[in-house]
Design a protein around this ligand. Sequence first.
Ligand SMILES: NC(=O)c1ccc[n+]([C@@H]2O[C@H](COP(=O)([O-])OP(=O)(O)OC[C@H]3O[C@@H](n4cnc5c(N)ncnc54)[C@H](OP(=O)(O)O)[C@@H]3O)[C@@H](O)[C@H]2O)c1
Length: 205
Amino acid sequence: MVGDSLGTKLISLGHKVMMGSRTADNEKAIEWTNRNGAHASNGTFADAAAFGEIVFNCTSGKVSLEALQLAGRENLQGKILVDVANPLDFSNGMPPSLTISNTDSLGEVIQRQFTDVKVIKALNTVNCQLMVNPGALKDPGNIFICGNDAGAKAEVENLIRSFGWEKIIDLGDISAARGTEQLLPLWVRLMGKLGTPMFNFSIVQ
Ligand SMILES: NC(=O)c1ccc[n+]([C@@H]2O[C@H](COP(=O)([O-])OP(=O)(O)OC[C@H]3O[C@@H](n4cnc5c(N)ncnc54)[C@H](OP(=O)(O)O)[C@@H]3O)[C@@H](O)[C@H]2O)c1
């Protein structure tokens, strides 16, 4: 869902996108490629990581490290990795719990395991339709970003702005991913209460 939304938006903005998967012949990825024209392609996680100048981790947070291992350290080296994933565990039903929390986060675990990758946590606190179309809400609210590399963060911030986001809050280094990932239990509750995933957090002072 998230890879489809982000990939489609990026193509519409003129970028070339390769959709990665565990297998090169993933049916959904092929369908996405066919739907998105000449700038779209698909392959394995390793193919996509090698292809991308900026790589998005849109995998289930519980298995993101496995997916990134498949993507290959050598293919990710020196690149920006936008981590959109949430470490949600649905194995005990709803509501999900977090597999990592409190004094750590998925963003930090990824950064520790891939030290030569510039991990930027962003966009994980909104539904994927809103992620690429903030104008769907009258007041889109805030979007959060964090990461250790200032240059990488600025580049991702520009990309997010090109999606239509205006109120972007830079929360600092990657340890701020603890906060944005731990918003998810509240987000899931709100979705149940409001009956729609089309809402967002808005920070007022
Ligand atoms: N849904 C939303 O609106 C939303 C919003 C914000 C953040 N997020 C977060 O974004 C991430 C993606 O969400 P989603 O709903 O689009 O997808 P998802 O169903 O959570 O994840 C699908 C992806 O995970 C990969 N995957 C599954 N099992 C795997 C394994 N054992 N090893 C390696 N890779 C595996 C799949 O690979 P294959 O292609 O090979 O199947 C696919 O690329 C999640 O972390 C989610 O919490 C979602």
